[in-house]
Design a protein around this ligand. Structure first.
Ligand code: BQF
Length: 287
């Protein structure tokens, strides 16, 4: 029977550490500030943005949620970002994805100052992640690494399989596991023998966006299975990419959805915002 990794509890512990850091910064006269831009009314995005605002409040980070209508033209969004880039009281900027189809996501991400890019989506920050010399942690992959670490799961020399190759999760996740000395395989929708490859994993991270895709037979007994999936079922319930009931009989460790990776993603965003505020202060003191 798998040990269930409580992401909510681990998150709460880290958020207390972050709140402590924020208190110290405030004593030195710095209030970390995060701006979140949301374009349109996507219901899932609304929830995520609300989660981020609430989490900031909890740890004492100043946050501003900027709501723009669905029909916003790209230039207006870029101007909004330019304004935030120039503000000294805003250290982190994120644009909630996905954007409406008439807006070029790449152009928007490129407009965010790399110093304020707390999602670490810009080309400069992605490059830094690849090299292993990074300032901002890719939020979800870093959350996964922190869950492993705080659950006592070692990565060194282990076989890690990442299912999914998105720029937001799969690819940076593979890099972080590699930096942590795992032997990493990335699987995706075109992979042959996906079940066999998954079954070789000591650590299996799943981010493909298909409810209950990973079944017990695809899991090595005792493996750590980390479920990044967030699928809304027809009945309105949330499901991960892993068949939780089945896999929990085989795995050594398993994250639930909700209450696994999700809260950690938000926690790493908070951490990046504090890092950005600290870096801004250091830059000011040097000049
Ligand atoms: C939880 C996200 C897919 C696509 C875009 C806590 C969140 C979710 C779940 C949350 C996510 C997922 C976010 C739980 C932010 C994580 O208790 O299990 C928090 O708010 N997330 C996002 O901003 O964009 C996404 C998933």
């Amino acid at each position: 029977m798998a040990k269930i990794i409580d992401g909510k509890k681990i998150s709460a512990e880290i958020r207390q550490e972050i709140a402590q850091d924020v208190r110290r910064m405030k004593e030195a006269g710095i209030v970390p500030g995060l701006a979140v831009i949301i374009v349109g009314e996507d219901p899932a995005s609304q929830i995520y943005v609300r989660n981020k605002g609430r989490a900031c409040e909890e740890v004492g980070i100043h946050s501003e949620i900027i709501r723009l209508p669905e029909q916003t033209v790209q230039q207006a969004l870029l101007s909004q970002i330019a304004e935030l880039n120039a503000r000294d009281d805003i250290h982190g900027i994120l644009v909630q994805l996905p954007l409406p189809r008439h807006i070029d996501e790449g152009a928007v991400i490129a407009a965010i100052s790399p110093d304020k890019d707390v999602d670490a989506f810009s080309e400069v920050n992605v490059g830094k992640i690849m090299i292993g010399n990074f300032r901002f942690l890719p939020c979800t992959p870093a959350g996964v690494m922190e869950l492993l670490k705080r659950s006592g799961i070692e990565t060194e020399g282990k076989r890690a399989v990442v299912v999914g190759r998105s720029n937001i999760v799969g690819k940076p996740q593979a890099m972080l596991l590699l930096h942590a000395n795992a032997t990493v395989t990335i699987c995706h929708s075109r992979t042959r023998n996906l079940a066999e490859l998954c079954r070789e994993a000591d650590i299996l991270v799943v981010a493909i966006g298909r409810a209950n895709f990973i079944k017990a037979e695809m899991v090595k007994p005792g493996a750590a299975v980390i479920d990044v999936g967030m699928n809304r079922l027809p009945d309105g319930k949330l499901a991960g990419d892993v068949d939780f009931a089945g896999v929990s009989e085989v795995a050594g460790y398993l994250t639930p959805v909700p209450g696994g990776v999700g809260p950690m993603t938000i926690t790493m965003l908070l951490k990046n915002t504090v890092t950005a505020a600290e870096a801004a202060r250091e830059k000011r003191e040097r000049s």
